[in-house]
Ligand binder design. Sequence first.
Ligand SMILES: [Zn+2]
Length: 351
Amino acid sequence: MSAESPNRREAILSYLEEHPDSFEITEQVEDFGYDPIKRVHKQDFLDYLETAYEEWILEGGHPNGVLPGTIPHYKVARLGRLKAANCLAKSGEYCFDMSAVITKDTFKAAWNAAQVTLTATKELVRVGHVYEKGQADGTVNVGSDPPGIYALVRPPGHHAQSDVCGGYCFLNNIAIATQWLIDQPDLKGKHGGPKKIAILDVDFHHGNGTQEIFYTTSNPLYTSLHSVDDYPYFTGSDQECGEGEGLGFNVNIPLHGATTDDEYLEKFEKLIRDHVIPYDADYILVSLGVDTYKDDPIAGFLLTSDAYPRMGKAIREIGLPTLFVQEGGYCIEKLGLNVGGILQGFIGKSA
Ligand SMILES: [Zn+2]
């Protein structure tokens, strides 16, 4: 059974509901359609995700879902033969590991997660505008109470690349939100151009998908702290700094597997100081994974629940409108407390 299960959502929602003085919950979702998703993901990949299960069943595949049999290894693949004729072959072309099973409702769930994230992003623009106006007319002090929105979504997104799924991820929610913000013609940043976005990926695992999608652009800045030598294994080194226009705008901080609260916070605050603040963004988008927790069943540094409000506080001190998008975190017993801890720290409270 996958660690990425529906009871993750229930665990987080319960915590939020138990703290009505801190969180206002809404279930309203706007449908933004396909366009913002197509800005990040390739059409043939989206066609595959949408039709794979049906095709798989028609071809006699197991009803449990679509899983690759063969993934074209770089030592084996010959590019001329990559176009797959049937669903079993396609599943290898469009999926990079064995953890992203496509079931009957997978596309719908991933679609909904993207739409919830976009709805939250639109709300970020609204509250961000109020905040910026308040700063301009002096009714809001610089750096105090920056507005925050949290998107409680699953499946997560940060491992999904432009045309390949994996790591429980199908559509890259935070990348879709980022690109949507940049694409809004009427939304100008403080420098006059499109809004500048800084992504903070705090999931235990490297966000290979978000990195790949934005590797050659200077907006957003992508930053990630993650475990060295862990899943997805082949990305996330500090040598991966971006390419072309994107050179210098991809910052990976690999950390050793036994990282503690103090070690993590020191690296996190340094990352903010050295890279995020100088970037001078308009918005902060956080890939919020709490599989950094010490008892996480599939990952885990040695972080305790005390670390999360401290992380939230460090994000608060950047002083910008912030969107939090749920990624990993699989210790169900502490999931609400740990996610809630970051959010509480961000609004200036303790968990
Ligand atoms: Zn993770």
